[in-house]
Design a protein around this ligand. Sequence first.
Ligand SMILES: NC(=O)c1ccc[n+]([C@@H]2O[C@H](COP(=O)([O-])OP(=O)(O)OC[C@H]3O[C@@H](n4cnc5c(N)ncnc54)[C@H](OP(=O)(O)O)[C@@H]3O)[C@@H](O)[C@H]2O)c1
Length: 326
Amino acid sequence: MGLTVAVTGPTGDIGISAVEALEHSTEVEQIIGMARRPFDPARLGWTKTRYQQGDIRDRAAVDALVADADVVVHLAFIIMGSREESARVNLEGTRNVFEATVAAERPRRLVYTSSVAAYGYHADNPVPLTEDVPPRGSPEHYYSEQKAACEATLAEIVTGSDLETYVLRPCIVAGPRAPALAEAMPWNQLPGPVKKVAQALPLLKPPFPDPGTPLQLVHHDDVAAAIALAATTSAPPGAYNIAGDGVVSMSAVAKQLGARPVRVPRIAASAASQVIARLPFVPSVLEWLHVGRTSVVMDTAKAKSQLGWKPEHSAAETLSALAQSV
Ligand SMILES: NC(=O)c1ccc[n+]([C@@H]2O[C@H](COP(=O)([O-])OP(=O)(O)OC[C@H]3O[C@@H](n4cnc5c(N)ncnc54)[C@H](OP(=O)(O)O)[C@@H]3O)[C@@H](O)[C@H]2O)c1
């Protein structure tokens, strides 16, 4: 009998590729996916997957999802949203998934996609970050704070249980089927005709500040491979950093995604971040500016040596693949 794998958030940027990797795994017999919107797995040619609509905030729905699973893969999350809405889904919903998985009889393994953001954007972070560095989060960025809180919740809930827990910490995920990075660029929010004119005339291209902070990127298929490995491996449970080889500059991101890079001193990004952190009210979307203030480059040696993970796309190749698709 092969494994039954339950997946929350199978329809997201990572979810689609992750389910596809699980569909191709000979060790996986059945996949049960759950997210809120209607979705038909047959539309993507998936044959092992059945889908049920449900919200991770609904404990009964989560209990029903994990009851028949050997492995639970938790991906459902709100990345771009308000602080308040994201907290409801990410903190309450994630707690439900962790508690339901521990409480159910059948699951023996949980795979949770945390993030590089769980480490937080601290000036004293070592470069590169290894998995031994505690995930402290940065309270001024809701996503970072919530990712660190979820890891703490996971540690609290699984203590004393036999559940094998694999925590993956990917950097920014990109590629043709994960366009969020390109979509988040301010100029991509412009109306189509305005964007076209701006793209055609180099001087009209929107400026994009580059404070010199290096960025890691990972291709959606490589993250998917890491998730499928974590679901099936005999490698030890624990945390694994996940990033493509090499780094790209913010200037390269800007150039390839249609903007005009402008080098600014690192101190400018740090100062902007400090000002935003001190304001009494900040729109949640602005909190993402903290990401650029310091390097959060991760060491991926552990995923390679212990999990046997081998990314097929470098950061630069992932960026090119994204740029060609938008
Ligand atoms: N994308 C990245 O760059 C990146 C990097 C590092 C880590 N991660 C982490 O990887 C995980 C997956 O990310 P992603 O990029 O695939 O996210 P995504 O594209 O935003 O997809 C989120 C998925 O979760 C589902 N979902 C959201 N709220 C839900 C709820 N209340 N109940 C049930 N399902 C819900 C969504 O479907 P519905 O809206 O239909 O419910 C969708 O399937 C997240 O934990 C994220 O933090 C992502």
